[in-house]
Ligand binder design. Structure first.
Ligand code: GDP
Length: 298
């Protein structure tokens, strides 16, 4: 599947490492755990998450009186899965009337991801409207229009430098008038000035709350998985200034550091909702820990 092929690099990195540890030891000892630790950290699961995984594994090994590495491989997978906190109802918003604010630094794949999301929702029979409220970056609106075209959804935009608030106001009005199911707002959500970002998101949130009473709300941060631990740091910083409800990790196909998905869920307790596995419109997958770990170990 696309998911399995999209994770090839991560799989080769983490899994071949794990396999070699499992094949290289006939007994479970301190050195065995140390090598596992090194592999997990190299796969960008992060120090904290790796410790948690190994603590859980050690406890289970002890509890079950396991002596040989081969008998604890399943337990390792289980411990990895247990680090991920995504709840069962993570995608309920897709069936509610929802406004999604999308934030992320330049170049992470924010525009592409909004295009992919629009297409996916549309294929599920949802009426989608986009708001081109990233008026800060020159080409952002044009680029988003192209994606709206490709996905076959409506877009509300203004001129370059227009007030994002007025675009979101117009988009909410359009969403109500056209009975849209999902309104996705591309915002200039950037990090170089936290106060500005907080103010801007605050303004947009206020408009949505006032004009679209009772609508379900989501705020997604788009992060580039190829940046590894840096993506985790960005997620932390965004989470400090915005009420982040989900992470979208792009470019998982281009990285051996896909373990960052596990670190984000484990350390920040923010669900990774989708992962990007290519540049095409269909290259966005829901993120499910079970499937993810299975794809890694496929
Ligand atoms: P933005 O500046 O955050 O809006 O980023 P763009 O949406 O313009 O994307 C930046 C680059 O990343 C483009 O070349 C995209 O094709 C590429 N990109 C986005 N998502 C993915 C992905 O999941 N996989 C790969 N391989 N490339 C991606």
């Amino acid at each position: 599947s696309k998911l399995v092929s999209g994770l090839t690099k991560t799989r080769d990195n983490i899994i071949s490492g794990i396999d070699s540890v499992f094949n290289g030891f006939s007994n479970i000892d301190e050195e065995f755990y140390e090598e596992l630790e090194e592999i997990l950290i190299m796969g960008d699961l992060g120090v904290e998450t790796t410790e948690n995984i190994l603590d859980e594994l050690k406890a289970k090994v002890k509890e079950n009186h396991i002596k040989e590495p081969k008998d604890c491989k399943e337990l390792l997978l289980e411990s990895i899965k247990n680090q991920m906190s995504l709840s069962e109802d993570a995608y309920d918003f897709e069936d509610k009337r929802t406004v999604i604010l999308v934030i992320g630094v330049n170049g992470v794949g924010k525009t592409t991801t909004i295009g992919k999301l629009s297409s996916q929702f549309k294929e599920k029979g949802k009426k989608v409207i986009l708001a081109a409220a990233d008026t800060f970056r020159a080409a952002a609106t044009e680029q988003l229009k192209e994606w709206a075209n490709r996905a076959g959804v409506d877009i509300i935009s203004g001129s370059e430098g227009a007030d994002p608030g007025s675009i979101v106001f117009d988009a909410v009005a359009a969403a109500k008038a056209r009975n849209a199911d999902i309104l996705i707002c591309d915002t200039a959500g950037r990090l170089h000035n936290k106060k500005n970002l907080m103010d801007e998101l605050g303004k947009l949130n206020k408009i949505i709350n006032r004009e679209f009473e009772g609508v379900n709300r989501e705020t997604f941060v788009v992060l580039d998985a190829t940046t590894g631990q840096n993506a985790l740091m960005q997620a932390k910083e965004f989470n400090e200034v915005a009420d982040v409800t989900g992470v979208i990790l792009t470019k998982m196909d281009g990285t051996a550091k896909g373990g960052i998905a596990i670190a984000i869920e484990s350390e920040l307790e923010i669900p990774v909702k989708y992962i990007g596995v290519g540049e095409g419109i269909n290259d966005l997958q829901r993120f499910d820990p079970e499937t993810f770990v299975s794809a890694l170990f496929a």
